[in-house]
Design a protein around this ligand. Structure first.
Ligand SMILES: Nc1nc2c(c(=O)[nH]1)N[C@H]1C(S)=C(S)[C@@H](COP(=O)(O)OP(=O)(O)OC[C@H]3O[C@@H](n4cnc5c(=O)[nH]c(N)nc54)[C@H](O)[C@@H]3O)O[C@H]1N2
Ligand SMILES: Nc1nc2c(c(=O)[nH]1)N[C@H]1C(S)=C(S)[C@@H](COP(=O)(O)OP(=O)(O)OC[C@H]3O[C@@H](n4cnc5c(=O)[nH]c(N)nc54)[C@H](O)[C@@H]3O)O[C@H]1N2
Ligand code: SF4
Ligand SMILES: [Mo]
Length: 725
């Protein structure tokens, strides 16, 4: 008999026959890992690995990145442009010229009949930056609609708005390398190990070298909360109260950085009044964290030589998301941490190029962080593009979350969706369905034809995906990184930027403005435009970016490397060069659990899937590990209702219902359930999505539901029928 190792076959790693590795930045999340895609002797992508020399990921990749080469061959891809009269007709294949002629005619018809802004454009955080810039040029400079926004309103808008209010400009000030210098880290509403696995690994690596306290604020006991030194299981939607109370302790115990405050900030009139009102004892009653723990965290943060905060959707997706961000900025300003090595705030962004759209797409303004509201910016851009400056609106138009109600009310008649799937990702999807039905003309431009929103499209345009085209992404720490074209798109699918440039030719003004053909040429335009702006990339080129595995902006002409952090000199972007300490009173306006709907509904993500699963829903292992919609429910609450582990239940909110599998776990408190939002016709049938008044971002994480029994066989059958793949 053989024991132990003697009995086992040695582990063999399959030889994929890779003969060449090509460079690409990951196309999923905003960590921005540098990857290498292995090609076999026929040039077919067969493998993915982390690029060893890259500072971001240092040879690592997470489960999504490691299978990314499989995307190129995945089912459901769009292959040809397709058209139809109405959603009740079948789609018919058409030529690109036929499709774009028809699209231009429809846009012109709608604008002539109902006004310029009656045609709306909603894009994404998942195109190349060169593509965003081109889409902005087309939308702002040629089509001329002001109702132009991106899915980043569902995601990053509160961070953008908070940065602008506090510092005078958007732009996350910190870097991952700050983990190596910080003496205290506070994380708000972020499930870093699952949603940004490689940033988490960078944090763990820093902690292995040098211990510092980690405080995680999340109502769930996430993986991140489990590794924290202090977990603050906050009452949903009340982070602002906790932050104001920490500031209260800091001022009342004299822990603030008086010199920094005096030299670099202005205080809003009511600043001290609001902070005074938030003593830890009364704050504790609202946010659910006991007063002494609030004091402890405030002291740890203020006494650390350098303290930093990171945050994600637990802060942004809230009715006071923008205020929550401003309160984090307040905390970092009063403790003198902004711009300090190991200090300050770093909003962890979401999609691979959520930053690129903020900087260059012109969704909320004009390229290079310019504003529609500033006459000089309008003039600069009009001159650069060669158009009349009066063509630009003087104020930003509607956000995505206001565009849909404007369709409902008849103000908007046509919509172009570029790389976003609102039928799954918007709150209250039953209402979104009705809205879609009202459109006279809907264009869906997506890499996948089976994307749910296509159900309502009149025109479908198939797009090239990720490394089927060349360009750059900007990651969470402002690092511009490169994606090579590795393989051809399927059939007749085209890079988004080619689609934008070709459509522009259908307008006289579009033939006057230059639309360069290649990504390096477009990048060159952006470089010129960026000179002297905060997001200065004039010292970068595609080649230089590739050589350095990404460069952090600002990188002005003549500078060899990028800049790890902003505001090191304490000079801010407000006209007087100072940051603002804002007064942020708490207004408790969430839908909360009550008799008929006794549970908080919290929503988010799992590590295996990306958003509405157009990509991950088809990849072997990712789908195998997380195949079905499920709900985390506390076992004590389940016992009271007679809900068994792995049985189906129906959830009901004031908006609608959804059937999910219950997974009993102590991860959630007794009065909360948590559901990932990746599945179609599921959690967003239930969500309310109240909007933040500053950013217009929906509060996806705070709704109220009840749990009802459901016939198990019927539910299992529904579950099978509902799976699109
Ligand atoms: N695997 C994977 N990774 C992704 C994505 C993906 O779909 N899949 N998407 C990417 C994108 S676009 C984004 S935006 C990011 C999102 O990244 P995260 O924001 O980290 O992910 P979420 O799961 O949405 O929410 C994070 C946490 O917020 C908590 N939370 C809920 N309510 C509150 C509250 O009131 N206060 C606080 N403090 N916390 C609260 C939730 O319990 C949850 O654990 O992930 C990116 N990375
Ligand atoms: N309940 C709940 N809802 C949420 C959230 C939540 O936490 N809870 N999170 C919100 C957040 S943070 C986000 S970011 C949104 C995301 O919401 P969506 O933007 O709707 O999500 P995706 O599934 O990523 O949609 C992107 C689409 O772009 C396509 N695509 C990918 N690459 C390309 C390309 O290069 N070109 C083109 N043309 N198409 C491409 C994909 O196939 C996909 O259909 O969801 C929001 N919705
Ligand atoms: S952590 Fe994000 S960027 Fe890195 S491999 Fe995973 S999905 Fe891609
Ligand atoms: Mo996001």
């Amino acid at each position: 008999m053989l024991f132990g190792r003697g009995k086992r076959n040695p582990v063999k790693i399959a030889d994929k026959g890779v003969v060449d590795w090509k460079y690409a930045t990951c196309g999923y999340c905003s960590v921005g890992c540098s990857l290498e895609i292995g090609l076999d002797k026929d040039g077919k992508p067969v493998s993915t690995r982390g690029a060893a020399g890259a500072d971001v990921n240092r040879g690592k990749a997470c489960i999504k990145g490691l299978f990314e080469h499989e995307l190129f061959n995945s089912p459901g891809r769009g292959t040809y442009p397709k058209m139809r009269k109405s959603r009740f007709d079948a789609f018919e294949r058409t030529s690109w010229d036929g499709a774009l002629d028809h699209m231009a005619e429809e846009i012109k018809r709608i604008q002539l009949t109902y006004g310029r802004d009656a045609f709306a454009v909603v894009s994404t955080g998942q195109l190349m930056t060169e593509e965003f810039y081109t889409l902005g040029k087309l939308t702002r400079g040629v089509i001329g609609t002001n109702n132009y926004d991106g899915n980043t309103t569902l995601c990053m808008a509160s961070a953008v708005s908070g940065y602008k209010r506090s510092f005078g400009s958007d732009g996350p000030p910190g870097a991952y390398e700050d983990f190596e210098h910080t003496e205290c880290l506070m994380a708000f509403g972020s499930n870093l190990p699952e949603q940004h696995p490689i940033i988490y690994w960078r944090l763990k690596e820093a902690l292995e070298k040098r211990k510092f306290p980690v405080i995680v604020v999340d109502p769930r006991v996430t993986m991140f909360a489990q590794m924290a030194d202090i977990h603050l299981a906050i009452t949903p939607g009340t982070d602002l109260v906790l932050l104001n109370a920490m500031a209260h302790v800091i001022f009342h115990e004299g822990l603030e950085d008086q010199d920094y405050i005096a030299e670099h900030t202005n205080k809003a009139n009511d600043f001290h009044k609001v902070i005074d009102e938030h003593d830890p004892d009364s704050a504790s009653e609202i946010c659910g964290i006991d007063a002494d723990t609030i004091r402890l965290c405030a002291r740890l943060y203020a006494n650390a030589g350098a303290a930093m905060s990171i945050w994600t959707m637990g802060i942004n997706q809230s009715t006071h998301g923008s205020d929550g961000v401003a309160a984090i900025n307040n905390l970092n300003l009063i403790t003198g941490n902004v711009g300090k090595k190991g200090g300050g705030g770093l909003s962890i962004t979401g999609q691979c190029n959520a930053m690129g759209t903020r900087e260059w797409s012109s969704c909320s303004g004009l390229p290079g962080y310019r504003s529609l509201e500033i006459a000089e910016h309008r003039r600069e851009m009009a001159e650069f593009w060669g158009i009349d400056e009066g063509f630009f609106p003087e104020k930003r138009g509607l956000t995505e979350t206001d565009i849909f109600p404007a369709i409902e009310s008849g103000q908007i008649k046509g919509l172009w969706l570029v790389a976003t799937n609102p039928m799954t990702s918007m709150a209250n999807t039953a209402r979104i369905r009705k809205t879609m039905e009202k459109l006279e003309f809907l264009v869906v431009q997506d890499a996948y034809e089976d994307v749910e929103t296509n159900e309502y499209a009149h025109l479908f345009l198939p797009a090239a995906l990720w490394a089927e085209k060349e360009g750059v992404f900007t990651n969470t720490e402002r690092r511009v990184n490169y994606v090579s074209k590795i393989t051809e798109p399927p059939a007749d699918a085209k890079p988004d930027r080619d689609i934008f440039a070709a459509l522009a030719q259908r307008w006289e003004q579009g033939r006057k403005i230059k639309f360069p053909e290649t990504a390096p040429e477009i990048f060159d335009e952006m470089r010129t435009l960026s000179k002297g702006r905060l997001c200065d990339i004039s010292g970068m080129s595609h080649d230089k970016i590739k050589k350095q595995n990404g460069i952090q902006w600002p990188c002005p002409e003549g500078q060899e490397a990028g800049s790890p952090r902003l505001y090191e000199d304490g000079a801010f972007e407000h006209s007087d060069g100072r940051a603002k300490l804002l007064a942020l009173p708490f207004n408790d306006n969430n839908e909360r659990p009550e008799n008929k709907y006794p549970f908080w509904l919290n929503t988010g993500r799992v590590v295996e899937h990306f958003h509405s699963r157009t990509k991950t829903g088809k990849l072997g292992n990712l789908n195998k590990f997380s195949p079905t919609p499920y709900m985390e429910m506390n076992p004590d609450a389940a016992r009271e209702l007679g809900v068994e582990h792995m049985s189906y239940v129906r959830l009901v909110s004031k908006r609608g219902d959804a059937v999910v599998l219950a997974q009993l776990t102590q991860r959630v408190p007794r009065d909360m359930v948590f559901i990932p939002f990746h599945f179609f016709d599921c959690v967003n049938r239930l969500t309310l999505g109240l909007l933040d008044p500053h950013s217009r971002q929906p509060a996806y994480k705070q709704s109220a539901v009840r749990v009802e029994p459901v016939d198990q066989d019927e539910a299992a059958q529904m579950n099978v029928e509902n799976r699109t793949y």
